[in-house]
Design a protein around this ligand. Structure first.
Ligand code: FUB
Ligand code: ZN
Length: 633
């Protein structure tokens, strides 16, 4: 094993998403979701918090101390979204947010409206809990996105000043420090790639290596009365019964010793995203092994079938292996997003399609469930069962998830394809036109299909001169049969790490047809997952399905499914453009219907058939009973 990143994502001006599924989302983002989120940023005081710093708005700071990050994440999402689908009004809103951040930024590059609203003497006093570097990290990501996607220099310069501030304060021979919530590291790495200045990457590297060392800087903060008084609750989260633990913020051990993913799920994902990038080309076997161990233990013991991770609300994170309760699943939208991104980074380093399988699982299920079809209703936690007590809401006090899912959806093109010197990779076959120089030739790739509803797609290649290069098509773990054909050619694919590789001389107009068999599949969980014993979940292709009372007319908890009967695919009655799966089974009927307890054997069943919908669509018609893991007849 040796992490080496040969493949890259397409630059924004090289790719255009034409896929019906995703371009519908892109319209929703630009025309509905992001304008809606902007209004929420205004109404919740997040914009006013900046204005208050320079006296343009009355009152004092409102909300959570990391609320600035929601503005930055929104800016990042908006930069991607405007590139996909322009909306002049949204562009204006974007400029307004840049104005307020620019005006708030201090001469030394620091900006944080919580601290600047009367708490300057506590600046960087409690790195563990106050999220200042986390917020700056999101600002840096926004600046990089603005530059690359919109050519927007002003936000980029603000971001560079902020990053320079971080470099001025922290580092070898300067202050030892990093943030309780990882994020700055991955942002600094992005900035290094964008600016070609390696100092940001070096600082990120240093921060990651210092985390988990002893004595812990966070433990010292817990012992500093003033620092602790800024966030008394943080002590509880960082300690175990025997004293300081640090697990919550992945400060329990140096990264090279990690063997399982612990603590707060989003924090962990952001750490490993950065660490995976840093392992690139270093031949650092110890780090690669640690990352692989953590990935394997996460995806084989601590991940929901939806790609949701972090079952517990108490630490917003991990508990123990196989602890995957359904109705109380926290499975924060941001955590599934983090998993998708980490999967993508591991994929880039290894070119192994297993990572894309998990990335795709999280993308189409546990992350996408975080946003309603109209773009204005959100989930923070994504349970796999509901008794009618879950409801999508327009916003949250802690609103990390809405702008986060927006930025993931808006940038789907970065994740779906890869390009290297002489290879074009299809990780997720979504409709797109992508242009790149490959093996010295300008090549246009046009992918046409109806993913995720069907696994058939075609890829047309256009170029001036016949050129030899590879087209690598991921064979998903769910596809039992795969058929490929290049009209008029007889070459067969080679198989490499989960990709069908067509290494040949491509001529203008060549078309590769691919058929990934997309059959409905009933899945069982390891019985160690107590909640899933005797139950099955239904998948088809990348999608996990669920049963909602809205379709059944009764609670799916009453249903037991017949896994011998082949589920039938058809257009969804409830969601135009989507597909549902019709399953056969039996529903429980109590006799007499109104008794609470009765002699064993009194409950009978009636035959029933039920339409199951893709999980990501659940709760779009309001709260109701829902289940992913259904009882098996
Ligand atoms: O702390 C910042 C964000 O808020 C985290 O990533 C989420 O889990 C939520 O706690
Ligand atoms: Zn979140």
């Amino acid at each position: 094993m040796s992490f080496h990143r040969r493949m890259r994502s397409f630059a924004p001006d090289q790719i255009q998403i034409t896929d019906e599924f995703w371009s519908t989302w892109h319209k929703t983002l630009s025309m509905a979701a992001l304008p809606h989120q902007f209004q929420q940023l205004v109404d919740s005081g997040r914009i006013a918090n900046f204005e208050r710093v320079w006296g343009a708005n009355g009152g004092t700071f409102e909300g959570y101390r990391f609320n600035d990050s929601d503005v930055y994440k929104w800016q990042e999402a908006t930069a991607y979204a405007l590139k996909n689908v322009d909306n002049p009004k949204l562009r204006e809103q974007f400029e307004l947010t840049v104005d307020v951040v620019e005006r708030t930024q201090m001469a030394d590059g620091y900006v944080n409206s919580y601290i600047q609203n009367g708490r300057l003497e506590d600046r960087l006093r409690n790195l563990n809990a106050l999220h200042e570097l986390y917020c700056l990290g999101h600002l840096i990501e926004a600046g990089v996105a603005a530059k690359i996607y919109l050519g927007h220099d002003r936000l980029y310069r603000i971001a560079v000043r902020a990053a320079d501030f971080v470099c001025d304060v922290f580092g070898p021979d300067k202050r030892l420090g990093f943030c309780g919530h990882e994020e700055i590291e991955l942002a600094l790495i992005k900035l290094s790639s964008c600016s070609a200045d390696n100092k940001y990457r070096e600082l990120a590297h240093w921060m990651i290596e210092k985390r988990g060392q002893r004595p812990s800087i966070f433990d010292a903060e817990l012992k500093d009365e003033r620092a602790l008084s800024l966030s008394p609750l943080s002590a509880k989260l960082m300690k175990s019964t025997t004293g300081y633990s640090g697990e919550y913020a992945q400060d329990h051990a140096p990264i090279r010793e990690h063997d399982a993913v612990v603590g707060h799920a989003v924090r962990a994902m952001y750490l490993y995203i950065a660490a995976t990038d840093l392992a690139d080309g270093k031949n650092d076997e110890e780090l690669e092994l640690a990352l692989t161990r953590c990935w394997d233990s996460l995806t084989s013991k601590r991940m929901y079938i939806t790609g949701g991770i972090g079952p517990s609300g108490e630490n917003e994170g991990f508990t123990h292996d196989f602890d995957l309760p359904n109705s109380t699943a926290y499975a924060e939208t941001c955590a599934a997003i983090g998993l998708a991104i980490w999967g993508h980074r591991m994929l880039e380093q290894t070119e192994n399609a297993d990572y894309a399988d998990t990335m795709e699982r999280a993308f189409y299920n546990g992350a996408l469930s975080g946003i309603s079809l109209d773009g204005t209703g959100y989930f923070y936690d994504n349970p796999l069962e509901s008794r009618g007590n879950n409801k999508r809401t327009p916003w949250f006090g802690c609103a990390c998830c809405p702008p986060n899912i927006a930025r993931l959806i808006a940038s789907v093109g970065q994740y779906a394809f890869g390009i290297s010197d002489r290879s074009f990779y299809i990780h997720m076959p979504i409709g797109a036109v992508a242009k790149a120089k490959i093996a010295g030739q300008d090549v246009k790739f046009t992918l046409t299909g109806t993913y995720p509803w069907n696994g058939t797609f075609s890829l047309e290649v256009n170029l001036e001169e016949p050129t030899s290069f590879e087209v690598c098509v991921r064979i998903p773990e769910w596809a039992d049969e795969v058929a490929t054909e290049i009209a008029g050619a007889s070459e067969e694919a080679d198989y490499r790490s989960g990709y069908a590789v067509f290494d040949r001389t491509w001529r203008d107009g060549d078309v590769l047809q691919v058929d990934l068999e997309m059959e409905p599949k009933w899945i069982e969980a390891n019985p160690l997952v107590r909640d899933d014993i005797g139950r099955v979940a239904l998948t088809r292709g990348p999608l996990v399905f669920c049963a909602e009372e809205h379709d059944l007319g009764y609670a799916p908890q009453l249903l037991s499914v017949d896994t011998e009967a082949e589920p039938e695919i058809g257009p969804s009655k409830a969601f135009p453009n989507a597909r549902s799966l019709n399953v056969e089974g039996e529903a429980l009927v109590a006799d007499p219907a109104d008794s609470l307890y009765m002699p064993a054997g009194s409950t009978s069943t009636r035959a029933t058939s039920a339409a199951m919908i893709p999980y990501y669509l659940w709760n779009n018609r309001g709260p109701n009973n829902m289940q992913v893991w259904l009882r098996q007849r």
